[in-house]
Design a protein around this ligand. Structure first.
Ligand code: KG4
Ligand code: ZN
Length: 351
């Protein structure tokens, strides 16, 4: 079964063709990051217009790459939630038009759940998928930070999520404070990884929340980083220091301290989740922050110590893409789920 996946929930226009939900025949991504860089964040109206311009050529490119035509497409899967509503509408309208005109089934997919399905793409020949479940799932991206239990690939149950900033968002905001270009996560990671960086110079808080909580809070860490960098503001909100007053070595040490505290918070929640869910066999990780060097270094140590498989997809499937949408769409179709032309996108993750 060949599924066409479409993804337009944020600032990536993506189309993919995936065979039997696992084997990627084509995955094309048109990034708009440069359009939004000068604003320091995604501008929804610009994103909607850019999706409109790019979606048809992106679908064509995916068909060409897979050397198939629309007639070969057996079903259409599209991100229906969560995301920016204008961008979502563009993808959902296109998916409905395609499914209707081709007379093929349509399925709307939850973007964050699809980040977990990314780990199932292009499986190694020796993988026996049922051995991976039950599993835990961690999504760490610019828009989402959430922990799940997965009893099957298509049924994630939410265990906890951030109550304020997503991990990537916190990275990007602290990177902006440090004068790094947007999106700053990878730049902050590089600065923090400098061999002479001394994270111990700053004592930043590690989010714990209530005993046993699997939620996460990152805004306190972000504010602590700001105060460590610029000093505590006076009652008028003026900071004692500007960024120009902060020596490069202090910026580097602060980046390292932030990275240490942020990754420690994630690892703490993972340990709690494993304690609360004995018997899980794998940890699925997805989302753009899965590129982070410190997180990638620490995850295998944790899963090895627990005897759990780590499913960390290659970067091209960690970042937003449509192959993961087609993968989850395939599994949902296999359960009998179909959406009609009344499918409407939602900005939130809830049904
Ligand atoms: O999954 P993604 O492409 O988009 C969303 O669905 O949000 O994730 C993008 C996020 C950005 O916040 C970016 O700064 C962050 O992933 N990111 C990183 C790294 N690489 C990308 N954050 C920390 N360290 C990295 N190496
Ligand atoms: Zn995403």
């Amino acid at each position: 079964m060949l599924v066409l996946g479409l993804e337009t929930s944020c600032d990536e226009t993506a189309a993919a063709l995936v065979h039997d939900g696992r084997h990627v025949r084509a995955s094309v991504i048109a990034s708009q990051a440069h359009l939004h860089a000068e604003y320091g964040g995604v501008v929804p109206e610009l994103a909607s217009r850019a999706h409109l311009e790019r979606l048809t050529p992106t679908i064509r490119a995916a068909l060409d790459h897979a050397a198939v035509t629309l007639d070969h497409v057996d079903a259409v899967a599209v991100t229906a939630r969560p995301g920016l509503i204008g961008p979502l509408l563009v993808g959902v309208a296109a998916a409905k038009a395609l499914a209707w005109s081709l007379n093929r089934p349509l399925v709307g997919v939850h973007h964050v759940h699809a980040h977990l399905a990314a780990g199932l793409l292009d499986p190694p020949p020796d993988r026996h998928e049922p051995d991976l479940f039950p599993a835990l799932g961690l999504v760490v991206s610019g828009g989402h930070t959430a922990l799940y239990r997965l009893d099957s690939p298509h049924a994630p149950a939410l265990l906890g999520s951030t109550i304020d900033d997503a991990l990537g968002e916190a990275y990007d905001k602290v990177a902006t404070m440090l004068g790094l270009p947007y999106p700053g996560g990878p730049h902050l990671d590089r600065l923090a990884s400098h061999p002479d960086a001394r994270p111990d110079r700053y004592d930043l808080p590690i989010s714990r929340l209530a005993a046993g909580s699997l939620d996460l809070s990152l805004s306190g860490l972000k504010t602590a980083a700001l105060y460590a960098l610029r000093g505590v503001p006076d009652r008028a909100g003026r900071f004692p220091r500007t960024l120009a007053d902060v020596p490069d070595t202090d910026r580097r040490d602060l980046a390292a301290a932030f990275q240490r505290a942020a990754v420690a918070a994630i690892m703490l929640k993972l340990r709690r989740a494993f304690d609360a869910h004995p018997g899980v066999r794998a940890l699925f990780v997805g989302g753009g922050v899965a590129a982070n060097s410190r997180l990638r270094a620490q995850l295998p140590a944790l899963t090895d110590s627990l005897g759990v498989r780590l499913i960390l997809p290659p970067m091209k499937y960690c970042l937003d893409n449509a192959a993961m949408i087609a993968a989850l769409g395939h599994d949902l179709l296999a359960t009998g789920l179909r959406h009609g032309l009344e499918l409407s996108p939602s900005p939130t993750g809830a049904d």
